[in-house]
Every structure is written in C-alpha cells, then in structure tokens.
Design a protein around this ligand. Structure first.
Ligand code: FAD
Length: 205
C-alpha cells in the first residue's frame, strides 16, 4: 500500500505583468479608455473591475492546474461546469502493473485508530483489486472495489472568474477538509503569483 500526500501544480506559466496588462487592454475596450493605460494602471483598473462586479473582463485569461488528490475530491470538483477537465481513468489504467496509491486523509494522524482502520481498508481494497485482475477482470470491472481515497490526477482549466468562484466555495470551512486542503494551497499560490486577482478572497480558518 502506497500512501501519498495530495499535490497542486499550476501548469500555466503565470506572468502577472502580462496577465494584468492583457486584461486591462481587453477591459478598457468597454469604456474606450485605452488612453489611460500607464505603467501601474492595470492593477488599479482590475481592482475596480472586481469591486464593481464587472467580472466578465477577467474571463479572458485562463489557468490550468493539475491536482493530485483522491477520487472523492475529484468527484466534487467536476461539478463545476465552466471548466475543462482531463482525468486519470480508472477504466483504462491497470493498477496491478503500476501499483495503487492512496491519498492520506488530512484529518487523521497515522498513529490514530481511525487511520489504522482506514489503512487496513486500503490494503484490503488493493488485494481484492489485484485478485480480480489476476482472475481475468478488466480494469474497468475491477475498479468497482476501489475506494474514494484512490489517488487520482485531474488537469483543470478554468478562466480566472471561475477560479475565483471555485476558490471561494471550496476553500471555505463548509467545504470537505480534503477539498479545502488543496484549494487553500492553490489559493495561497495564486495570491502570491496574481495578488491583484486573488487577494480579496478570504482564506477562512
Ligand atoms: C459546501 C458544499 C456542499 C455541497 N453539497 C452538495 C450536495 O450535498 N449534493 C450535491 O448534489 N451537490 C453539492 N454541492 C455541489 C454544488 O451543488 C454545485 O454543484 C457545485 O458547487 C458547483 O458550483 P456552481 O453550481 O455554483 O457553479 P459552476 O458549475 O462552477 O458554475 C459557476 C457559476 O455559473 C453559473 N451557472 C453555471 N451553470 C449554470 C446554469 N445551468 N444556469 C444558471 N447559472 C449557471 C452560476 O452562477 C454558477 O455559480 C456542494 C457544494 C459545496 C461547495
């Protein structure tokens, strides 16, 4: 049984200056105020766009993120509709050959009884999956015994408006702890890389 931590990888190279100036150029089309573009004007313009709720402007730039998390979390993530996804398929991937990985639940320490019970269930699921494949089942049949904790990779592309929406919902204390774990990580990364576009989103504790 291989237990791993979740991971968040931003696939899009994020050049904040380029993204801010592009968005300013597109947004100022609405007001024909391109003559007001100066060094540093983009940040101010974008802040006022976001404050006024004119968020369609920030739909012009997209970000692709790869999440390595569990199947329970990807199942929730794919409910967001204004997004393109490519997800590791349990129909096609044969885990007998490559080994099964499970994502460590963030709410149990490895010395707790709950963790030990969970770990035994993962070991059992892996054994049963391998048995089924050895008996001739296809990966898409054998996957029936795989749990929510199965490691899954999902590439997620959304525009910046949709990311703001997803991050607000999914980094909140109301979200599932494992969803929050990856979304708070992503929000922290985006606050550093694109503060003008993500700084106002609270990282509630
Ligand atoms: C804490 C939490 C608990 C949840 N619990 C459950 C649950 O128990 N059961 C369950 O089934 N789901 C649950 N969900 C999922 C939830 O119902 C949504 O499916 C999910 O959050 C996707 O968000 P969304 O619909 O706001 O937006 P997205 O699909 O991300 O779309 C973004 C926005 O675009 C607009 N939009 C998109 N599509 C349409 C449309 N067809 N018509 C009009 N406007 C549209 C809306 O303004 C929407 O907010 C939960 C979500 C959260 C965050």
């Amino acid at each position: 049984v291989e237990i791993i931590e979740p991971q968040v990888i931003i696939e899009t190279p994020l050049d904040s200056n380029k993204i801010y100036t592009n968005l300013e150029k597109y947004g100022r089309t609405a007001y024909k105020s391109e003559d007001k573009i100066t060094r540093g004007s983009a940040e101010k313009f974008l802040k006022s766009i976001i404050n006024s709720g004119h968020e369609s402007v920030i739909e012009h730039e997209s970000i692709t993120v790869r999440f390595i998390c569990d199947r329970g979390v990807t199942h929730e993530l794919v409910r967001h509709r204004l997004v393109a996804y490519t997800q590791e398929s349990t129909r096609y991937v044969n885990y007998l050959r490559r080994g099964i990985q499970f994502i460590k639940p963030c709410f149990w320490d490895s010395n707790e009884d709950e963790y030990k019970i969970w770990y035994a269930a993962m070991a059992d699921a892996e054994d049963r999956y391998n048995q089924l494949i050895k008996w001739g089942a296809s990966p898409q049949e054998a996957r029936s015994v795989l749990p929510n904790s199965l490691k899954n990779e999902i590439v997620t592309t959304a525009n910046i408006r949709e990311w703001r929406h997803i991050l607000k919902l999914r980094s909140s204390p109301a979200a599932h702890p494992q969803m929050r774990q990856i979304m708070c990580q992503l929000l922290g990364m985006l606050k550093k890389k694109l503060p003008v576009l993500f700084d106002d989103i609270a990282m509630d504790t």
